[in-house]
Design a protein around this ligand. Structure first.
Ligand code: RB5
Length: 143
């Protein structure tokens, strides 16, 4: 189950992502926002982070204008590893190396076509499970 969250700047891109998820038969839960008028990105980062923390969802996708504010907010939450990716190489590497559980994108930074490719890469790449990466991820939780 994929948790989706966005502020007003990410609404249109989220709708494209929903189209992709539905075409692929991937289940999702939409935590908002569902509008184009001004909204506060920390609200949606928190909702998606909580859904992952309580195991209601296993991964999340967050979108704001740059992707920066919403990733800062998500990464403050225990167990959340949110990766801001605007290319497929990073999306693949962050799954392999960081076991990132949230993909973040900036709707004002990339086009919808690339964003969908990034989502596809993120969702279809498994964690490498290599000892050195497990060790480093565990170290993140000590901070
Ligand atoms: C909203 O204008 C914008 O600040 C927000 O979407 C995001 O880019 C913040 O980091």
């Amino acid at each position: 189950m994929i948790a989706l969250g966005n502020d007003h700047t990410g609404y249109e891109l989220k709708m494209e992502i929903i189209k992709y998820l539905e075409e692929k038969g991937i289940e999702y839960k939409d935590f908002g926002c569902g509008k184009l008028s001004s909204s506060d990105y920390p609200v949606y980062a928190k909702a998606v982070g909580r859904a992952i923390q309580n195991k209601e969802c296993d991964k999340g996708i967050l979108i704001c204008g740059t992707g920066i504010g919403i990733s800062i907010a998500a990464n403050k939450m225990k167990g959340i590893r949110a990766a801001l990716c605007h290319d497929c190489f990073s999306a693949e590497a962050t799954r392999l190396h960081n076991d990132a559980n949230v993909l973040v994108m900036g709707a004002r930074v990339i086009g919808h076509g690339l964003a969908i490719k990034i989502v596809d890469t993120f969702l279809n790449t498994d964690f490498s499970n290599q000892d050195r990466h497990i060790r480093r991820i565990e170290m993140l939780e000590d901070q």
